[in-house]
Design a binder for this molecule. Structure first.
Ligand code: UGA
Length: 452
């Protein structure tokens, strides 16, 4: 099979842009397409639109080496490449179901551009879409606007991604597996061959499936991880009611059972981010639509919605009514290593504290600007940890940034008005705090822990 040298990527958000720079770094000529002209202009000048490790470097390298270019023209991108990856967003509608309008718009534009092209072209959907989207929506729209038949004049694959924010480029360089959902064998063969060229130096399992199975795999993957988190958070909830019990030790022990694995068993204030919560909700709505049973996922979602509020409950248990009192919130990003605050537990906690009249002072090493844009004058913004805890009556650990792990009970005692700590991510050793006589409550930690 011929070596594929040119690909286009439609939708330059998180998934699209990281993939574009990665493929360009592998010597593929990549044309990135987005309808946002301002974004195209920025990227063409080598300015990334979000932070991700190594992104800026690879973006500029690609531009310099002429392997990477950006345009808002579908026609240009499609006529000059032989594979198009679609990585547009699939947000939720008000009712929790998936909004496929960006996928439909992209399919329409691809169809129109394909109409003018004379050679075979492969379309690969990489966005997270509910099962059936590729086979019914995408295929039909492209056929209608291109007047060309799928499987003959153009091919179609569904190729979900499993990137984690903060390690997207590392994840891309060695994925655990590649899933190729295919409309027909030829489409799958071309994509498999492309990936075999990209990953010629590493052994990556490639699984070939139907389009709908590939769509389902992405949801099943995220739903399983979210379930693991809500599972351990539910165990944590029970541990808290048991004298001398600790969920961290429970998780460590069950994680050693190789059927369970230790990953994604960290109890805390719940999962955030742009994907888990959105995908679980979309899966629930889809299950209802096809009259399947979504109750497990409804519970996963409910557990996760309750989890952040525990920080406020613990805070009140430690110091009583928060009205008019200075509460330090340490950590705003939905996880360490990113400035992303989408669906972050911190926002729910801040809202609840404000509702109860607390005087909220916040600090995060990178996400301050984004939070400032949301809350303006409503919060006090500290420029470092010590400024944040100074004079506070309770400090809540919301995100497990490394710099927070270094705060000792003595530091809290010295700076806070009355030291009381809620460890929402289990970053401290409870015994250190008990010994130092600092009021301390933590997710999944039973009462009288120090007396055991
Ligand atoms: C997640 C998945 O891990 C990726 O595989 C997937 O591709 C991506 O969603 C997506 O669908 O695009 P991401 O949202 O970047 O990636 O973040 P994770 O590292 O998975 O963490 C998600 C949330 O779970 C965070 O808020 C984290 O704090 C929380 N978490 C994670 C826990 O509370 N406990 C754990 O043990 C692990």
């Amino acid at each position: 099979m011929m070596k594929i040298k040119n690909v286009s990527i439609i939708g330059l958000g998180y998934v699209g842009l990281t993939m574009a720079v990665f493929l360009a770094s592998k010597g593929v000529r990549v044309i990135g397409v987005d309808v946002d002209k301002e974004k195209i202009e920025k990227l063409s000048r080598g300015i990334p639109t979000f932070y991700e490790e190594k992104l800026e470097y690879l973006l500029n390298e690609g531009i310099r080496e002429n392997t990477l270019e950006f345009t808002d023209s579908y026609e240009y991108a499609i006529s000059n490449t032989s594979i198009t990856f679609v990585t547009v967003g699939t947000p939720l509608r008000e009712d929790g179901s998936i909004d496929l309008s960006y996928i439909e718009e992209a399919s329409t534009s691809i169809g129109k551009a394909l109409k003018k092209k004379n050679s075979y072209h492969l379309v690969v959907i990489r966005s997270t879409v509910i099962p059936g989207t590729c086979l019914y929506s995408v295929k039909n729209i492209i056929e209608e606007f291109s007047r060309k038949k799928a499987g003959i004049e153009w091919g179609l694959c569904m190729n979900p991604e499993f990137l984690k924010e903060g390690s997207a480029l590392r994840d891309l360089s060695k994925p655990a597996r590649i899933i190729i959902g295919e409309y027909d064998k030829k489409s799958g063969d071309i994509l498999e061959e492309f990936y075999r060229q990209i990953y010629s130096d590493v052994e990556i399992p490639i699984l070939r499936t139907s389009l709908s199975t590939a769509e389902m795999i992405k949801y099943a993957n995220n739903a399983f991880l979210a379930t693991k988190i809500s599972f351990i958070n539910s165990i944590a909830d029970i541990c808290e009611k048991i004298e001398g019990c600790d969920v961290v030790e429970v998780a460590k022990a069950i994680g050693l059972d190789f059927r369970i694995s230790p990953l994604f068993l960290r109890a805390g204030l719940g999962y955030g981010g742009s994907c888990f919560s959105k995908d679980i909700k979309a899966l629930i709505e889809f299950a209802k639509e096809v009259e399947a049973c979504p109750i497990l996922f409804e519970s996963v979602d409910q557990v996760n919605q309750r989890q952040p509020l525990k920080a406020v409950k613990f805070c009140e248990q430690l110091i009583g009514n928060v009205k008019g009192r200075r509460i330090a919130v340490l950590g705003l990003a939905f996880k360490p290593g990113t400035d992303d605050i989408r669906e972050a537990p911190s926002l729910k906690i801040i809202n609840e504290l404000l509702k109860r009249g607390a005087n909220v002072v916040v600090y995060d090493p990178v996400a301050m600007e984004k939070v400032k844009r949301l809350y303006g004058e409503e919060l006090v913004y500290a420029s470092n940890v010590l400024e944040c805890i100074a004079g506070a009556e309770c400090a809540l650990i919301i995100t497990e940034w490394n710099e927070f792990k270094k705060i000792t009970p003595q530091i809290f005692k010295e700076y806070m008005r009355t030291p009381a700590i809620v460890d929402g991510r289990r970053i401290f050793n409870p015994e250190d705090f008990m010994k130092a006589g600092v009021k301390y409550m933590a997710i999944g930690l039973g009462f009288n822990y120090s007396t055991r």
